[in-house]
Design a protein around this ligand. Structure first.
Ligand code: TXA
Ligand code: MG
Length: 354
């Protein structure tokens, strides 16, 4: 549809062959496109076009030195983006791509500074969502795509969320339905001596260890600290910048508090009794049917909980509550990634600064 350039910006389109062709043409023309992925929706631009990439930062209100992930149609595109591709990286790509794993590698000279934030590394992944893959194949190149939310806000997991966040700042949004994973990809830094998970996600350190035969560090976890002073530690290089690593991130506007499951119903009722408008996100405590409360339940299983988390937070953020109570999560490695997101959401909520 070559006449579509004049059509309304920010509109949502079903991913027909014509819409994919149009989206690829818009990307080639330097425009931004809302792209569904299996993790969250991305705000895509031609990764080799610095002006297009700059539009991403403007649309998100994101600081320009935060690097972006480059999405590729397949691992065969890696040599264009990465200067070195260790054997373990090929094994990881074979095992997890297409899928929710981002690899940080030494960049090739071709990658614009706008994408890497001026660092000597680049983040790459091959997403598994069929619409993302169709778009990447039609575009036949790398697409820089952060989550399609305004900076510091909750990542979008539906096309409607993207429209709500970015409106006419994006040329077109492809509707790929609700994201299956629901939280952002695992980021594995493979650019230094010891692999390190910078952002936990659906693919955990145990999954990675099964493929490469060694367990990556996990940033912020005690075992990482324990090995930190060892000789393998690469102290000469500064830690890479990861905006998802800022304490205040993924945050609703409504203040948010984590509450022990045993105290959740009572605390919610007590606050409501004081006249506070309370919303609750629970996973094991059943809805007490207190009409003063806005109660939303998520499944008590980590993958299903992750899938519904951002939509749940976004919905509760919109009900005009004074406070959102979140039932604290069980411990355990399966909950690592959602615990990470909830912790950050709690710090950043209500406009609080970390
Ligand atoms: O699941 C995802 O990864 C989604 C979908 C759209 O693919 N994307 C996403 O992008 O979450 P974004 O920009 O919201 O988060 C990407 C994170 C940022 O925190 C960024 O700092 C980090 O990846 N990152 C990107 N390139 C990096 C690099 N070269 N070194 C260190 N961190 C990097
Ligand atoms: Mg993001």
């Amino acid at each position: 549809m070559s006449t579509s350039g004049a059509r309304q910006r920010g509109r949502i389109e079903l991913p027909t062959a014509a819409a994919i062709t149009e989206a690829a043409a818009l990307l080639r023309a330097g425009e931004l496109v809302g792209m569904p992925t299996e993790t969250v929706y991305g705000l895509a631009a031609d990764a080799l076009d610095p002006d297009a990439v700059k539009k991403i930062f403007a649309a998100k209100g994101r600081p320009a030195d935060h690097p972006l992930i480059v999405h590729l149609p397949s691992a065969e595109h890696l040599p264009q983006w990465a200067a070195a591709i260790p054997r373990e990286v090929i094994a990881l790509a074979n095992a997890f791509w297409p899928g929710p794993l981002t690899l940080i590698l030494k960049r090739s000279l071709e990658v614009p500074d706008e994408v890497t934030g001026g660092q000597d590394t680049v983040g790459v992944r091959v997403p598994s969502h069929p619409v993302a893959l169709a778009l990447l194949r039609a575009f036949d190149g790398g697409l820089a795509a952060p989550s399609a939310n305004r900076f510091g806000r909750i990542s979008p997991t539906t096309a409607a969320h993207v429209q709500e966040e970015l409106g006419e700042r994006v040329a077109l949004i492809l509707d790929g339905g609700a994201c299956e994973v629901g939280i952002e990809s695992t980021i594995l830094d493979f650019s230094r001596d010891v692999p390190e998970i910078l952002r936990p996600g659906a693919i955990g350190p145990e999954d990675i260890a099964r493929v490469i035969g060694r367990r990556p560090r996990v940033r912020g976890e005690p075992d990482a600290q324990a090995t930190a002073p060892g000789p393998a530690r690469d102290t000469a290089q500064p830690a890479p910048r990861v905006s998802g690593a800022l304490a205040a991130h993924y945050a609703p506007r409504t203040p948010l508090r984590l509450v022990d499951p045993a105290r959740l119903a009572d605390e919610a009722a007590a606050l409501a009794g004081e006249g506070r408008r309370v919303a609750v996100l629970a996973h094991s405590t059943p809805d007490p049917h207190d009409v003063r409360l806005r109660w939303r339940g998520l499944p008590a299983e980590p993958a299903a909980y992750a899938q519904g988390l951002y939509a749940g937070l976004r919905a509760l953020d919109g009900v005009g509550a004074d406070l959102i109570l979140i039932e604290a999560l069980p411990g355990g490695p399966g909950w690592r990634a959602v615990a990470d997101r909830l912790g950050r959401a709690a710090v950043g909520s209500g406009g609080a600064k970390a």
